[in-house]
Design a protein around this ligand. Sequence first.
Ligand SMILES: *[C@@H]1O[C@H](CO)[C@@H](O)[C@H](O)[C@H]1NC(C)=O
Length: 393
Amino acid sequence: MLTDEAVAQPLLTSPRQSSMAAMWHSFSFIVVFIIVTPALRATAARCPASDRNALLAFRSSLSEPYLGIFSSWTGDDCCSMWYGVSCDPTTGRVADITLRGESEDPILARAGRTSGLMMGAISPEICRLERLTTLILADWKQITGSIPPCVTSLPFMRILDLVGNHISGPIPGDIGRLTRLTVLNVADNRISGSIPASITALTSLMHLDLSNNLISGPIPADFGRLRMLSRALLARNRLSGGIPESIGSMPRLADLDLASNHISGELPSNLGSIPVLSSLYLDSNQLTGPIPATLLASRGLGILNLSRNAIDGEIPDAFTTRSYYTAMDLSHNRLRGKVPRTLVTAAYVGHLDLSHNHLCGPIPVGSPFDHLEAASFVHNDCLCGWPLPVCKP
Ligand SMILES: *[C@@H]1O[C@H](CO)[C@@H](O)[C@H](O)[C@H]1NC(C)=O
């Protein structure tokens, strides 16, 4: 299963760091390492003037008044000591720009701050860095303007992370050209427009986070073409239309979050056949129709939130000894019938919320019902028994 760790790895390792690590492993004696390293340094390629000029143009459209990180961007060799910049050691071409305005960044810790502030916009001059693989410009809050459309002409781009700014305008329509892209994170911005149809051509994409923007329109019907995708986080936008059937055939999808959109229609019956699905957030949408039994029985699904939709029918009595739910929230829907008996057989149910539905009849006896509170069952038609008042004979 692909988890956060798999995605986090490329985020944390710049080409320079990984080449240093490789060097370390290949020399058995630390003495040799100490002698050889300065020699390698001396021969390491320096950045070409064209890359240096592109970086300076990129810098000139931004201002970062509190930490002064750009004051390190001086001298001819942008591959050496320029904060947040790293180069391919053999070609000297700029490969990686990583500038984070959040507390994990050491420069913030040194400055005794928990977050930074950067203003300005992302200059299209960045597109002259033809060998760029990583652009992380994250959590600076005040960066405005749009994503330069020319970024789609950077064929080596693997990580594009602009989370936590004030970026507006659309995702470039031809984003699908970035076939090496593994991470696309533009969450927590002001991005508008619709999800480009070409996005489903990103066959290397593992992590997609568009959460908390103003994105409208449908999820592309062929979204399931993203065979490598492990996390699809699209919550808190204005997405409409249905959940594409093709999502049910995504082999690596572990986390799907479509919460707080305007998504309608029924839950595709094949959602339960996603082999590694572990969390599914569909709350606060306009979904109708029944809950597929195969979804509730899905092995590995640990968090299910279907709250605040118009889902109806009975809750399928489909739980098994392999069901392990840390949280299941089915509240604020139109569910009828009984509380399913097989919930008692589940290996674990932590948080359960069935409130605000039309359920009726006695609440089953045994775990997990013995540790739940009345709030999990209130506002139904005629539920009774612990933790609600006893059933009337
Ligand atoms: C499920 O979603 C609802 C509505 O968005 C939210 O209020 C609730 O806290 C969520 N439940 C869980 C267990 O996360």
